[in-house]
Design a protein around this ligand. Sequence first.
Ligand code: PHE
Length: 332
Amino acid sequence: MTIDLKELEEKVSNEIKTAKSSSDLDEIRKTYLGKASELVAAKKQIGSLPAEERKSFGQTLNEVKNRISAATDAKQSELSLGERAIQLESERMDLTESISNPKVGHTHIVTQAWEELEDVFVGMGFRVAEGPEVETDWYNFDALNIPPSHPARDGFDTIYVNYGEKDSTVLRTHTSPVQIRTMQNQEPPIYIVAPGRVFRRDTADATHMPVFHQIEGLVIDKGISMADLAGTIEAFTTSYFGEGFSSRLRPNHFPFTEPSAEFDIQMPDGKWLELGGCGMVHPNVLKAGGIDPQKWSGFAFGFGIDRLALMKFGISDLRELFTNDMRFLSQF
Ligand code: PHE
């Protein structure tokens, strides 16, 4: 037997002590404990030893092997701690990085238009009001002078909610129910605008979406006339669109206003853009809101926000606004 176990153990211990990394230790394990190691070779030769030496040599060999193995493991855990610390340090997130190269988002184009409209009307002395998106048929229709049999109900392509009595709960088809809620909650004079989301059973195409946005306006005061309505629309037009834009009213019909009109905006190139509906608040609507039509009068208007945003940014398809494609949205 040519192997000196004592000498081997000393040599290995030294190497273990000076090992600097897990890979050093892997190397040591391979060399001294692996298949091609001296220890394994020596074990195979035990059979050729004189019978009386076999047992004690075998025992010592096993002990040496176990000690080397234990020493390697102990060193391994010691090194691992240090290596983990180094790794953690190298992977530490430098949060200042994201500040030095920030990707800043912005509000959606519809939100931008919505907020600009609020600003313009607040600047003209209006207050911002709101109401629920899920409405009763009374607020959405009856109170607005559209009784159950009225043909205008069909015209709205209403989405009904399966709640309460059949057809009694709707997703509001327009922002006009906020007129009634405001009248019920506030004594005149009333000067409010109510922007919000509305719903209709429409198939999405370039100019329609089943969910869209409107802004409602309501003024109730003493001696309000059609001239105040026309003046307000005109003041809004120049202040929102700018100089060079003007407005006109065209006769129309809505159940909740009388007389009623459609209002258009003329752009500097002379073209007319149909914007929305308006009119003098119908006496039945004032009554539904708890306001005495003998004492007070007022006007209301309502128009779509989404189409304004389209026009402002020169977008041709309404659907583009809601597919939420970052490549599209981040242009604005
Ligand atoms: N609510 C009407 C619509 O959605 C618009 C409108 C509002 C008309 C107020 C007149 C007065 O079409």
